[in-house]
Design a protein around this ligand. Structure first.
Ligand code: KIV
Length: 280
């Protein structure tokens, strides 16, 4: 979508309209107010409060420990910073897999208590009853197929999925079933580009790729990856559009030097004598 500060809020139907017009959808994750504000102001279409908050913000080695309360806490913070982008928040591990009714209730909490515009849910056939119910009561759902990180132990690591003809066919069937259940979009993560291209061409709803090649209708990245702040490792599909990790280390070292050498704070960053204390 055209970047214009005065542009109205992006809504769920805009996703379908953008696919119909052949317009690429832009999405990044965010987990806090300040980052969400910056990303929103830059003109992004959608912000994902991903359960990757567990890896890159809370320091867990997988997304599995992330709780509903943590998702709600971060979703509220992000929503306070967003004016324009569509906000989608993840349903965390065990908040939807056990019981479809519990899944619907938790999805409702993401909108009602978190303030998000939509939820994202990992998985195919198994989540269909819950997805149908959510959509029927007005909760917009984004699906998530391929390398679904909540199944990392089943996959034996963060491995590219749908590599065989059979697995690619199953992925397409899951995608069509999610569309049929009412999902408004599907994230395709860690799948070969040609498989993602085929799924994208078969769906009316947009696909959002991450490690799924250029043919998807939109792209999402973890913000700390895209900005070069998460440096523990770099998957092949990540491009660092900035080197903020390096910049933060440089700035902090300069701050420490200034404090240690007594050059910070200087007069410019200090309040004047007693009679001038009303100055800001
Ligand atoms: O949690 C997350 O950040 C995600 C993206 C990787 C799509 O689900």
């Amino acid at each position: 979508m055209e970047v214009d500060a005065a542009t109205r809020k992006v809504r769920v139907p805009d996703f379908l309209a953008m696919k119909a017009r052949g317009e690429r959808i832009t999405m990044l994750t965010a987990y806090d107010y300040t980052m969400a504000r910056l990303i929103d102001a830059a003109g992004i279409d959608a912000i994902l409060v991903g359960d990757s908050v567990g890896n890159v913000h809370l320091g867990y080695s997988t997304t599995l420990p992330v709780t509903m309360e943590e998702m709600l806490h971060h979703t509220r913070a992000v929503c306070r910073g967003v004016r324009r982008a569509l906000v989608v928040a993840d349903l965390p591990f065990l908040s939807f897999q056990v019981d479809p009714l519990e899944a619907v209730r938790n999805a409702g909490r993401i909108l009602k208590e978190g303030g998000a515009d939509a939820v994202k849910i990992e998985g195919g056939q198994i989540v269909l009853p819950a997805v149908r119910h959510m959509v029927q009561i007005g909760i917009p759902v984004m699906g998530h197929l391929g390398l679904t990180p909540q199944s990392v132990h089943k996959f034996g690591g963060f491995r590219v999925q749908a590599r065989s003809r059979e697995a690619a066919k199953a992925l397409l069937e899951d995608a069509l079933a999610l569309e049929d259940a009412g999902a408004f979009s599907i994230v395709l993560e860690g799948v070969p580009s040609d498989v993602a291209a085929e799924v994208t061409s078969q769906l009316r709803i947009p696909t959002i790729g991450i490690g799924a090649g250029p043919a998807c209708d939109g792209q999402v990245l973890v913000c700390y990856d895209a900005l070069g702040m998460f440096e523990d490792f770099k998957p092949k599909f990540v491009k660092r559009f900035a080197k903020l990790g390096e910049e933060i280390r440089r700035a902090v070292a300069e701050y420490c030097k200034g404090v240690r050498e007594g050059t910070f704070p200087d007069l410019e960053h200090s309040y004047g004598p007693l009679e001038k204390t009303e100055e800001k």
